[in-house]
Each structure stands twice: as structure tokens, then as C-alpha cells.
Design a protein around this ligand. Structure first.
Ligand code: CP
Ligand code: NVA
Length: 301
């Protein structure tokens, strides 16, 4: 049997496949809105393994599977035998003998790679310390809905060079946009990933210079899950990179801004931008549902 397709990082997709998933996500959103049934996968089961907290990822996958006619199982890693040291390969082999698809949110990226290696069904990365590909499906769907194709546009990442930033780097290569990372020294994204994408990605430490002519500004929490004790030091270093109205006004006219949520108001993003009537952040959050349904269709075939 050939090995299944996985989504461990966006690099598991081609640019064409990424665009097809976005197009289908937009269609699925319309079907859902108009009340047209699209339950293509009766009886299919998604197992969701969470070693970190989640609101959007859990609910969007669970609701998405139901709308597609299947169901989802929530498994807290700590409450499974994984939490007591059962090898991840054994867990993968057993789970994948019973379910049709697995989503994992965990710490080390190598854990999802090991899981996928031993899995006979598709595995989706629901966030690791290094990547968050599902969020990028939703972010890019949101951009395409509001502005059309993103090819050739200028996107600026503000703040921490984290898992979301890494997935933006992958998206820049696949969808052919320019990414500027505005971050303080010591918080840059992975050097090898930046180097491998040096034709698309630049690092500019001055946020005002970075956002000049930008079409999209994106930020995320300054301390990711697992970095809570670094919160104070990170807040000091990243304060100049707050996404706020004065910074947005230095970007291109009509620039959009995004945040994957959860947001810390008046830290990485101002209260005023979170409250703005025309923000697309709530579309971005909702699009997790539609984009992941398109991903599930893509993986299940
Ligand atoms: N953006 C995101 O992944 O949200 P959750 O942590 O709530 O799943
Ligand atoms: N960078 C954040 C994203 C949360 C959705 C984290 O890893 O905690």
C-alpha cells in the first residue's frame, strides 16, 4: 500500500494544491452558508490528539468532520497512554488501524514526523513548536476572499519568529509572495528556513521600515504555549513591534491585518484594531472550519 499524504508542514503541498484547497474552502463555505448538505464522508472518523490547549483547532476540526458526515474523537495526550510513555510509533500504528485521519497538536515537531512515519492514514499537524500549517490555510483563504490572489504581494510578519512565522515563510514560497519579518534580535525565525527561502524572505528589524508598502500585516502572541515564563522578557523586546493603527497607517492603503488568535490586547495588537468594525480577524478564525474541511477532502480523496 502506498503511504498516505500528510500535512505536517505546508511544504507537503505544491503551490497548485494549496490554491486548490483555498478555492474549495471558499466553495464549502458557500455550501455551508446556503444550507446545502455536503456530507461526503459518512462513518469516517478523525482522531484529534492534543498535548496543548486549543479552542479554534479543536472546534473547527470536530464541527468540520460532522458537517462532512463523519465524526471526531478528542484525545488529550496526557490522558492516553502517550502520557505514560507509550512510544508514539505504537500509538500511531494502533490509532491509524481504527480511524481514517489523525490530527495532532504537540510540542516537538519531530513527534508529528514520527507519528506520520508509523501511520497508515493521513496525519495533520494541528500546531507544533515549529509550524502551524492549518492556520495558514485559513489566513490565505481570508486573503483570497477579500483581495484575490496573493502572488507578488508584500506581507509583513511582526514580533516573534515563531511557528506561525515559519508557516508564513513556507506560504511565501508556495504562493509566491514577498515576506518581510520584523522582529527583535534574538527572536528571528529559524535561520536555515530563512536561508532556504532567501529569495522571498527578508528580516528588517525596524518595524516602520518593514511595513512600508505592505499589503498584509500579521502578528501573533509574543510568548507561545510553553514559553509562558519568558513572557516578561519577550514583552520588553517585542513592544516596538505592536500591530496598531499608527503602524497600519504606514502600510499600503487598504492593507489588511491578521492574527491567528488567541490575542493579547495591547500587547502584540492594540485593543482598537481588535475592535475595528472592518477587521478580517473574525473571518480568519471562522475560515479554520472551511479550510480544514477542504484539507480533509484533499487528504481523504
Ligand atoms: N489559532 C489557533 O490555533 O487557535 P487555538 O489555539 O484556539 O486552536
Ligand atoms: N504561536 C502560538 C499560536 C497559537 C495558536 C502558540 O504556539 O502558542
Amino acid at each position: 500500500m502506498s503511504s498516505p499524504r500528510h500535512l505536517l508542514t505546508l511544504a507537503d503541498l505544491t503551490g497548485d494544491e494549496f490554491r486548490r484547497i483555498i478555492t474549495r474552502a471558499i466553495e464549502l463555505k458557500a455550501l455551508q452558508r446556503e444550507g446545502t448538505a455536503h456530507a461526503r464522508y459518512p462513518g469516517k472518523v478523525l482522531a484529534m490528539v492534543f498535548a496543548k490547549a486549543s479552542t479554534r483547532t479543536r472546534v473547527s476540526f470536530e464541527v468540520g468532520m460532522r458537517q462532512l458526515g463523519g465524526s471526531a474523537l478528542f484525545l488529550s495526550a496526557a490522558d492516553t497512554q502517550l502520557g505514560r510513555g507509550e512510544p508514539i510509533e505504537d500509538t500511531a500504528r494502533v490509532l491509524s488501524s481504527m480511524v481514517d485521519l489523525v490530527m495532532i497538536r504537540t510540542h516537538e515537531h519531530a513527534s508529528v514526523e514520527r507519528f506520520a512515519e508509523a501511520s497508515s492514514v493521513p496525519v495533520i499537524n494541528g500546531l507544533t513548536d515549529d509550524f502551524h500549517p492549518c492556520q495558514l490555510l485559513a489566513d490565505m483563504q481570508t486573503w483570497f476572499e477579500h483581495r484575490g490572489d496573493i502572488r507578488g504581494r508584500r506581507v509583513v510578519w511582526l514580533g516573534d519568529g515563531n511557528n506561525m512565522c515559519h508557516s508564513y515563510i513556507n506560504a511565501a514560497r508556495l504562493l509566491d509572495f514577498e515576506l518581510v519579518v520584523a522582529c527583535p534580535s534574538g527572536y528571528e525565525p529559524d535561520a536555515a528556513l530563512v536561508e532556504a527561502n532567501s529569495d522571498r524572505v527578508t528580516i528588517i528589524s525596524n518595524p516602520e521600515e518593514a511595513v512600508r508598502d505592505a499589503d498584509l500585516l500579521v502578528t501573533d502572541v509574543w510568548a507561545s504555549m510553553g514559553q509562558e515564563e519568558e513572557h516578561r522578557a519577550r514583552s520588553v523586546a517585542m513592544a516596538p513591534y505592536q500591530l496598531n493603527r499608527p503602524l497600519l497607517e504606514k502600510a499600503a492603503p487598504g492593507a489588511l491585518y491578521m492574527h491567528c488568535l488567541p490575542a493579547h490586547r495591547d500587547e502584540e495588537i492594540s485593543t482598537e484594531l481588535m475592535a475595528s468594525a472592518d477587521t478580517v480577524i473574525w473571518d480568519e478564525a471562522e475560515n479554520r472550519l472551511h479550510a480544514q474541511k477542504a484539507l480533509i477532502e484533499f487528504l481523504l480523496g
